[in-house]
Design a binder for this molecule. Structure first.
Ligand code: FE2
Ligand code: FE2
Length: 178
């Protein structure tokens, strides 16, 4: 889906796409570290952190899926394989996020599932930042990166903040794991 016909602010227009995504990554990584530092019994803290992680990841994945990935795929065909792998990694994260959103911190598997999510997303973020974002920066001009950044800033305004239908998914998950 393309971003809404733009009424973008000047600041949105001047946001560099990669800078914007890296700022999200930094915040996500900080929450991961906070989760790992939280003690075994700190269920309320962990629940709050996971709620925030779910929100940030849902929005971030949305703006990448809707704007960044399709633009890069169209403009830099050499990165097609990286983009396709990244979509698959998003899919794995989406599944984990949906499962987590249907759980409580008191659930036996909550910490374990959160750790698997953290490990997966850390790996994914590292691949974005180290493997193909630098090629995007080299391949696209500053102006194009700012334009994509502006589109992402617009898309963020209407991005979902929670995965859709966790209760429906919970039934599917229960059916699979029981
Ligand atoms: Fe991503
Ligand atoms: Fe990302």
């Amino acid at each position: 889906m393309a971003a809404q016909p733009t009424r973008s602010t000047k600041s949105a227009q001047s946001t560099d796409a990669i800078t914007l995504l890296k700022a999200d990554h930094k915040e996500i990584r900080r929450l991961f570290a906070d989760f790992e530092k939280a003690g075994d019994g700190a269920q309320r803290t962990k629940q709050r952190l996971v709620d925030r992680i779910i929100e940030l990841l849902t929005v971030h994945t949305y703006i990448e899926n809707e704007v960044m990935y399709p633009r890069v795929r169209a403009l830099l065909p050499d990165l097609e394989d990286d983009i396709l792998e990244s979509y698959e990694e998003h899919h794995v994260a989406d599944v984990l996020v949906m499962e987590l959103s249907a759980m409580k911190a008191s659930d036996e598997r909550f910490d374990a599932k959160t750790m698997v999510l953290i490990e997966n997303v850390r790996h994914h973020i590292q691949e974005e930042e180290d493997d193909w974002f630098p090629e995007v920066r080299n391949g696209l001009g500053r102006k194009t990166l700012q334009q994509i950044g502006g589109e992402m800033a617009e898309a963020r305004k209407s991005a979902p903040t929670r995965p859709s239908q966790p209760s429906a998914l919970r039934k599917a998950v229960d059916a699979v794991i029981s």
